[in-house]
Design a protein around this ligand. Structure first.
Ligand code: PRX
Length: 645
């Protein structure tokens, strides 16, 4: 246990006693609690109803502040102008340390967002229309998000590391009118050709889709007359005034595609009012953010962490948020710490996978920088192993910065289980206790019953709604109910396994479904499988995760080839490249095992449990294999397993 430093607690928004009091109030009377905290936003028309939610399967319906009217961009920009127009809203740190940083004030942010909003209107984007954003980590990504919010359009960001195919699927599923991209994206000294990826994607989309191009590097790209539009040029000529559209609290703010255990990625829909209340409140309390602090989240805006904790949370709070275009290891493994020193970062939020990879490079990259400005360290995306936690605590935090290990999901909009730095004693590897209004429960996976004992293990579910919860799957409410509310009736099911210790602390043990977490990136094994079987030489494929020192989990593929195909190392390489191009570099297989047969039940269902065990190199406890159609395939798979570490 690491107790809260007394001097930290004294200055924090919330200490232990206040946490207890606020938490009790939040679950005893959610109506009153969230009614009060909803006032942290500026409403054009105040809400009279706070909570109207049901988790009942077949009728799932989630509404918060349902008759309130507001505008998200107004809350993130306009309301700050009178008091902090000249304060820096966004610090932009470019890929190369030799390129000067940009300090964008709230006044400048307002100017850019208004202009970008007018550009969108000039392209025919109307309230409710979807806009796909396929941009690198540059200020224009934030401008584009806020410009959509300003005019009531719904953005859907596609991570710039995704392939043209993945981009096309998302443009088509969301029915976007416009896609915003950049010419090329510098990262780690190399350049990704975003515009040409976009060109390739648009071959598979309606020819009505407009392509708005941010000329970021000035690199040459192809140009389709009548379809491609130079955003910066139009922004220069657009009016700097664009009125904020009054939006209902429940109008969608964005759709973000995320992987599930089956089928294609689903569009997670988030609301305007409840989402912003929750993102801004968690940002303030979890990081103990105070006026004037410089806050840095190293995520990409392509993931939910970037939405809630680079853009919406910090800006709604009138904060200074840092956007970093580069990677942790360029020009060397000291870059994170160089940036922290340069901009005197007060709160630093990153993923365990980054910590693990930097740990391996030695302490000197950290200790040569002055990190005394840092007050709070954060972790997100996957369980943090104690070794990485200790290094983060000692080498980066010098033992004086609380580490907030935040557990949450694309679906939850904001932090669900997390320490509050002035209130919660820490245990390395535990996301500790729930945020206000969150009622976690452990369920017995077979009976579906709540486990009452404090010290217990089960699947993690949430008992009642919170304002940041996703509202639906885009265009498929049935799938929303099926995915999250059908297995355990009356609860939101997270898909995670979890242990609760005798102190009531929660420890996430990992996914219990066919979702894997690779370097903090969430991936459906089904997506990788369908990419593999799309290759002409592949007959069948099964994909599972296995423990990986740096990535948390690696991607292990069992591949059955077509009859006449020779399994060679060259083919293995070919399949790796194939998956990379089908989905994106983050989906590149780590290990491919040739599998003449897969373990199947007599009805033809692949027994993934067995494949997982073999991939984990833990084949001593395979359990009952007598129900297999051909148990001998198992010996063959064990014999030729790829992970022997
Ligand atoms: O398994 C949990 C893991 O990441 C999943 C959610 O992934 P995604 O929707 O991509 O959101 C990632 C950023 C919020 C969860 O179901 N996860 C996330 N944070 C943690 C975590 N596992 C353990 N500890 C965490 N702090």
């Amino acid at each position: 246990m690491y107790p809260v430093p007394a001097d930290f607690a004294a200055k924090a928004h919330v200490d232990a006693a206040k946490y207890q009091e606020m938490y009790a109030a939040s679950v005893n009377d959610p109506e009153a609690f969230w009614g009060e905290h909803g006032k942290r936003l500026d409403w054009m028309q105040p809400y009279s109803k706070v909570k109207n939610t049901t988790f009942e399967y077949g009728k799932v319906d989630i509404k918060w502040y349902e008759d309130g009217v507001l505008n998200v961009a107004y809350n993130c920009i306009d309301r700050h102008l009178a008091t902090r127009g000249d304060q820096t809203a966004i610090i932009f740190e470019p890929d190369s340390p030799d390129t000067p940083a940009q300090y964008i004030t709230y006044n400048e942010l307002s100017d850019k967002v208004n202009r970008m909003a007018n550009v969108l209107l000039s392209q025919g984007v109307m309230r409710g229309d979807r806009v796909v954003i396929y941009l690198p980590m540059i200020p224009e990504a934030a401008y584009a998000m806020l410009a959509c919010a300003r005019i009531g359009a719904v953005h859907s960001i596609v991570f710039a590391g995704f392939s043209p195919d993945a981009l096309a699927n998302r443009i088509n599923d969301s029915g976007a009118k416009v896609v915003i991209t950049a010419d090329t994206a510098p990262r780690g000294g190399r350049r990704t050709a975003l515009k040409s990826n976009c060109d390739a994607a648009l071959l598979h989309c309606s020819d009505k889709v407009r392509c708005l191009v941010v000329k970021h590097t000035g690199d040459q790209t192809t140009w389709v007359q009548g379809r491609d539009v130079d955003v910066k040029y139009l922004m220069e000529h657009a009016s700097p005034d664009c009125p904020c559209r009054p939006m209902n609290a429940e109008d969608p703010l964005f759709v973000l595609y995320t992987s599930g255990s089956t089928g294609k990625p689903k569009g997670v829909v988030h609301s305007s009012g409840g989402y912003l209340v929750y993102a801004s409140m968690t940002h303030q309390y979890t990081f103990d953010y105070h006026e004037g602090d410089v806050y840095w989240c190293t995520a990409d805006v392509g993931w939910v962490t970037g939405h809630s904790y680079i853009v919406y949370g910090p800006l709604a709070n009138g904060g200074t948020t840092l956007m970093f275009e580069g990677v942790p290891t360029y020009p060397d493994a000291g870059r994170f710490w160089a940036v922290c020193e340069k901009h005197k970062v007060n709160q630093f939020y990153t993923a365990p996978t980054a910590i693990r990879s930097l740990m391996g490079q030695g302490k000197d990259f950290v200790t040569k920088y002055d990190l005394s400005s840092i007050k709070v360290l954060g972790s997100v995306g996957e369980p943090i192993n104690p070794e990485a936690w200790n290094w983060y605590n000692e080498v980066v935090g010098k033992g004086k910065c609380p580490i907030v290990d935040t557990w949450w999901q694309t679906e939850t909009g904001g932090h669900m289980l997390t320490p509050l730095p002035g209130a919660t004693a820490l245990k390395p590897g535990s996301a500790t206790t729930p945020f206000f209004g969150v009622q976690p429960v452990l369920l017995d996976s077979t009976t579906g019953k709540e486990i009452d004992e404090t010290a217990a293990e089960g699947v993690l579910a949430i008992k009642d709604s919170w304002p940041g919860q996703m509202r639906t799957v885009y265009g498929d409410h049935e799938r929303f109910m099926q995915t999250y509310f059908s297995d355990f009736k009356g609860y939101y099911f997270t898909g995670d396994g979890c242990r609760r210790d005798k102190d009531g602390y929660y420890w996430i043990t990992g996914r219990v479904d066919d979702v894997i977490n690779v370097s903090g990136h969430r991936m459906g094994t089904a997506e990788v499988e369908s990419a593999l079987v799309a290759h002409a030489k592949v007959a069948e494929a099964a994909v599972v995760g296995y423990p990986h020192d740096l990535k948390g989990q690696g991607i292990y593929c069992y591949v059955t080839l077509m009859n006449d195909v020779e399994p060679t190392d060259a083919l293995r390489k070919e399949l790796e490249v194939w998956v990379r191009t089908e989905i994106g570099p983050i989906a590149k297989p780590d290990l491919i095992q040739w599998a003449p047969g897969l373990p199947k039940t007599r009805s033809g269902k692949i027994m993934r449990r067995i494949l997982r065990k073999i991939a984990e190199n833990d084949f001593g406890s395979l359990g009952d294999i007598s129900t297999l159609a051909d148990p001998s395939v198992v010996d063959e798979l064990i014999e030729n397993r790829m992970n022997r570490g």
